[in-house]
Design a protein around this ligand. Sequence first.
Ligand code: ATP
Ligand code: MG
Length: 651
Amino acid sequence: MSNRIDNLLHEARRFPPSEEFAANAVAGADLYEAAGNDRLQFWADRARELLHWHTPFTRTLDWTNPPFAKWFDDGTLNVAYNCLDRHVLAGNGDRVALHWEGEPGDSRSYTYAELTSEVKRAANLLTSLGIRQGDRVAIYLPMIPEAVISMLAVARIGAVHSVVFGGFSAESLRSRIDDASAKLVITADGGYRKGSVFPLKKAVDAALAAGGESTVSHVLVVKRGGNDVEWTEGRDLWWHDEMVAVDDEHVAKPFPAENPLFILYTSGTTGNPKGILHTSGGYLTQTAFTHKSVFDLHAETDVYWCTADVGWITGHSYVVYGPLANGATQVLYEGTPDSPHPGRWWEIIQKYGVSIFYTAPTAIRSFMKAGRQIPQQFDLTSLRLLGSVGEPINPEAWIWYRDVIGGGETPIVDTWWQTETGAIMVSALPGVTTLKPGSAQVAIPGIQIEVLDDDGHDVGLDSGGLLVVSEPWPSMLRGIWGDPERYKETYWDKFGDKYFAGDGARRDRDGDLWLLGRVDDVMNVSGHRLSTAEIESALVSHPMVAEAAVVGAEDEATGQAVVAFVIVRTSQADVATAEEASALLRAHVAEQIGAIAKPRTVFLVAELPKTRSGKIMRRLLKDVAEGREVGDTTTLADTQVMQIITDRLAP
Ligand code: ATP
Ligand code: MG
């Protein structure tokens, strides 16, 4: 029993779907029924319904060699054809695929016909550079259309992309190039961020110059920033020069369903990033299905916007593959949310009439911090569905998101998934599910989730445990690139043939799932196992608090004690001294969820350490709370943050 996680948070607010929404919803309760009757048949039906197969598959799942799964493996398809050509052939070539918005305010739109033609050219270009099926191509670009075009061109010729987030350093880029033995790097001179140009080509030069000979034979450079670049003749090529020299006719060849599609490194919230491998048919099936049913996509009328960078899994699955497989019209934005003004995102929603919007709790909380008067200056009435991903969304942030951004009416889908799962695994289905702020709710149809204790027993209702996926799923990772042992060890050794996600969860009495944070971050206070998510939610429910992170710090009396790091909302910054605020918040937590969860210490801070994908890195705060030297910060978005926090807290 002691390895279970205590349950403290109680949330009573409920939001059933409106009749109107339910009547027009893409998803119906019948999906659960179909999946419940025959899970494999359900996925086979989705694969046939949503994708074009050059050779139809006859085998749905081969799980004879766990944990190495094969889905639809005697079928063949072309991923890029599914995202492009078939929409044009179906008469939708004039539909806008991408409304791209540059940070300085320049913009470009691509119809499906135009995007298809660009990808065909790029596929010819890659082929002319010697890229063949199975070769790896590193993509290190800002959020510009060429990022999407490059990914699809690589997929079109059966090669494998490894997108490296443009904010990563030369060292991080080099280690990812080496890990995958990439033959080609696609980059830009520079990109816009916070009003100025950051160099990318320079980082590629540094990456390739360091540490001996690399596997890279060419560097393709998109002109974006207009900044000066150095040039290595014979190796470096301008994208615009090369693209005009190749043909825009290209026939998409079919590849096996299990042909590798990409390698992507996890965010590194908990430690060393892992090179996650995804393949084609199963991945595209589940991303297309979830994108359509979880976001209630009506492709003819909706304008969809997912704010994730293509350098993250959310950008792969819900900017590139899911939306384009479904023929959606979407917005792609290059820059930061607050450049050149703090209402930039809302201005973009107004400009394009965005109807479906998908972002992360960290962004929502930072808007809460700045205040509702900013979004309220824009017309957001086109929005009809909101999504959240990346961290647990605290009930208070959920309510703010719905009220202020969603006009008090839009459904919110809180989607739980990981780089490893490839696509959404747990979420409400809009129009079907009665929503609960803070709960990710239920496994999507065709997915089997269990909450287990350390010994593999179901913890039952209203008790916290470990989130486990108990049956293989189409978009599951196929391994860690080059390291099958680490793959088995990290995800499968704990429960044999069940996938261990590394997150804590609880199922409530209605059967809804609540994510409790990383299992590694669970705190043990006087024998009670407390989750980070619940205490953080309690803190954020105080009007003074914009954002909070808690960690367990060693404590002589209680084993561990709760230590909280709190950012105060801008409008409330002066209401109390630090001591008063801290006393107030300790009492608030005790009152909200119980005395056992009351923080021993509350530190008021200006920033929290986050990964580049916006997740809080609690392990660094734990170092601070326990007075240790701060650990590895290479995947931090802002490496200054830890210095600022430690300076401020030094006695
Ligand atoms: P690393 O594995 O290297 O530490 P990471 O886990 O941060 O990196 P991602 O795959 O981008 O890398 O993040 C997946 C994790 O994000 C999940 O395991 C979970 O902890 C968290 N997460 C994602 N969506 C949600 C959500 N809706 N609710 C709660 N947590 C979420
Ligand atoms: Mg992870």
